[in-house]
Design a protein around this ligand. Structure first.
Ligand code: 5GP
Ligand code: ZN
Length: 135
């Protein structure tokens, strides 16, 4: 995938600051960090998003994200960690090689919840739930 920026980083053709690597995934520091310490877990095998990635790589990235989250709590003195992962442009994905954001959170950080919690009618919630059973 010559045109994929993360494949090029994995191949070593583009520089990155790596904080973990193993045979299935690497973890790099995000160049535009949401908070200090923002990292990205990236599988070595190219996959566009969650619909494309193998279940083995998906599971491995989850385990690595857990390890990086623990290191953020201990090494960076984070008070929390937000794990975020976007699929499709509508969901804010901008790099189309699957990755998991590990975002250390601090009591005074500037991040805000990206939605406004609003109640919905119980009937509407039940109605939309039925769509999950359609294929
Ligand atoms: P997405 O928007 O797809 O969920 O996340 C893509 C992330 O990759 C963004 O947070 C962006 O800052 C980061 N990013 C984009 N290009 C590069 C790059 O060349 N190097 C690094 N380290 N991060 C990048
Ligand atoms: Zn790629």
């Amino acid at each position: 995938m010559d045109d994929c920026i993360f494949c090029r980083i994995i191949a070593g053709d583009l520089p990155s600051t790596r904080i973990h690597e193993d045979d299935r995934a690497i973890v790099i520091m995000d160049i535009n960090p949401a908070t200090p310490g923002h990292a990205l877990v990236i599988p070595r095998a190219h996959a566009r998003d969650i619909s494309d990635i193998s279940e083995d790589d998906l599971g491995h990235c989850a385990v690595v994200a857990k390890q990086i989250a623990a290191r953020a709590m201990s090494g960076l003195d984070a008070q929390g960690v937000t794990i975020m992962q976007s699929n499709g442009a509508a969901a804010w994905q901008t790099v189309f090689h699957y990755h998991v954001h590990v975002i250390p959170r601090y009591d005074d950080d500037p991040l805000v919840l990206p939605w406004n919690p609003r109640s919905a009618a119980a009937g509407d919630i039940i109605e939309i739930s039925k769509a999950y059973f359609q294929h």
